[in-house]
Design a protein around this ligand. Structure first.
Ligand code: SAM
Ligand code: SF4
Length: 397
């Protein structure tokens, strides 16, 4: 894509529904760019475009670079088990779905591993039946088991995490995980044929690390077999000690918040990536036709790819639009803007309506502080992928 907005026509011929949702995202999120200056007192629900539900802290894998379960993960072992006792019951989620449906946000279910939320299947079905666009991000290890049900229930999109071809993938994500994903895709494709279904659109999400970047083309080649609608290559969220400390001081001073989550991305798995080599590899991949669009995020000028890895203190995107059009509901009901860094809590859906939280004083305080920052981002936001595709027009691969 020459620029981020090109994903809309790129996806159109593969899947008009997904492309339409992307166009809606660009339009709605574009509107939000004019918002910050006149944000106070407005009903922000009118611009809610993307709502994440992090359904559970539980996961059956321990991918090395994962901020939750990886080497530096902040949700491992006993923390994960004790946190899992606080999950939101299905009935409360249904009430929230009823509340947000008139605003038609794209739904993104994730975790942990979303298939470990005990009521994933009825929740997704409830959302689909309400007419919402429901995408699920999964490690793919449960797909074979649930393929028929997923197709029958009409989920919109499944984004399966696959980081490399076979052994390299398994070194990052756990032994046997590649084959389980391949079997999952096969089962979904069989079920789509059986039920003559166009949905779900199948996607792969690849997180770039120093373990897989040299072999991204092998995975791109292998993905031809999966009948994908899209392959997203994510350059990876990462940080270092100095940035974590800067963010810690900033959040304490401006928002009276202690931070725990950014540290989970201080993993070392992005260090040593040769940006010039990665540039060549990505150019090659983007110049080939694999039968589905490939999108590299965050959308950034390819000339800046070297800087992405060699000068962590230099921003590659600016003016985060997330607080004006997105939110994440955490497994315990807490609502946050930053899906990966759930430190600043806006409120909790077990106690309040979603709109009261989204339009509340804490949400507006966050919007005011981020808007006041140079470049429209906090010090810790430098390599956040949530601000990755939408927003201002930028060049891309
Ligand atoms: C945390 S997982 C949760 C959903 C599910 N368990 C999965 O693996 O797809 C969400 C996505 O974040 C990606 N991810 C893990 N570590 C990351 C990192 N350091 N930077 C960016 N994305 C990362 C995963 O590969 C996955 O695509
Ligand atoms: S499967 Fe997902 S949540 Fe689990 S460890 Fe891997 S990336 Fe993290």
């Amino acid at each position: 894509m020459k620029q981020n907005i090109d994903v809309v026509p790129m996806l159109f011929f593969k899947n008009a529904g997904l492309s339409g949702k992307m166009a809606y995202g660009f339009w709605k999120m574009g509107l939000t760019q004019a918002m910050p200056k006149r944000s106070r007192g407005r009903n922000h629900m009118n611009h809610l475009c993307l709502l994440y539900f992090r359904l559970t802290p539980l996961c059956n894998l321990h991918c090395l670079m994962c901020g939750q379960q990886g080497v530096k993960g902040v949700l491992k072992g006993d923390v994960m088990r004790s946190e899992s006792k606080s999950i939101v019951p299905l009935e409360r989620y249904k009430e929230i779905v009823d509340e947000i449906t008139p605003h038609h946000p794209i739904i993104y279910l994730w975790g942990g591993e979303p298939f470990l939320y005990p009521d994933l299947i009825p929740l997704a079905k409830y959302m689909v039946d309400k007419g919402l666009f429901v995408s699920v991000n999964t490690n793919g290890t449960f797909l074979e088991q649930y393929a028929e049900q997923i197709v029958r229930d009409g989920w919109s999109t499944i984004f399966v995490s696959l980081d490399a071809f076979q052994d390299v993938n398994d070194a990052m994500r756990g032994k046997g995980s590649y084959d389980r994903v391949v079997r999952g895709f096969a089962a979904l494709n069989r079920a789509k044929i059986k039920y003559k279904a166009r949905y779900p659109v199948l996607g792969v999400v690849t997180t770039v690390t120093n373990m897989n970047y040299l072999s991204l083309d092998q995975l791109a080649e292998a993905s031809r077999e999966f009948h994908l609608g899209v392959h997203i290559i994510n350059l990876g969220t990462y940080t270092n000690n100095a940035i974590v400390e800067k963010q810690r001081r900033f959040m304490k001073e401006k928002l009276d918040t202690d931070i725990d989550c950014l540290e989970g991305y201080n993993t070392g798995f992005n260090e040593g990536i040769d940006g010039h080599k990665l540039y060549d590899i990505l150019q090659n991949i983007h110049n080939r036709n694999y039968g589905h669009p490939i999108i590299t995020v965050p959308a950034l000028n390819p000339e800046k790819i070297h800087q992405y890895y060699s000068e962590l203190e230099v921003p590659v995107r600016d003016h985060c639009i997330v607080p004006w059009c997105q939110a994440n509901i955490n497994y315990n009901g807490d609502v946050h803007f930053c899906a990966d860094y759930p430190d600043y809590i806006l409120g909790n859906i077990k106690e309040q309506s979603f709109s009261d939280i989204y339009n509340g004083d804490r949400a507006n305080k966050f919007r005011k502080e981020i808007h006041a920052c140079k470049g429209g981002m906090f010090p810790g936001c430098l390599r956040c992928y949530q601000n990755m595709l939408f927003g201002r027009k930028v060049k891309g691969f």
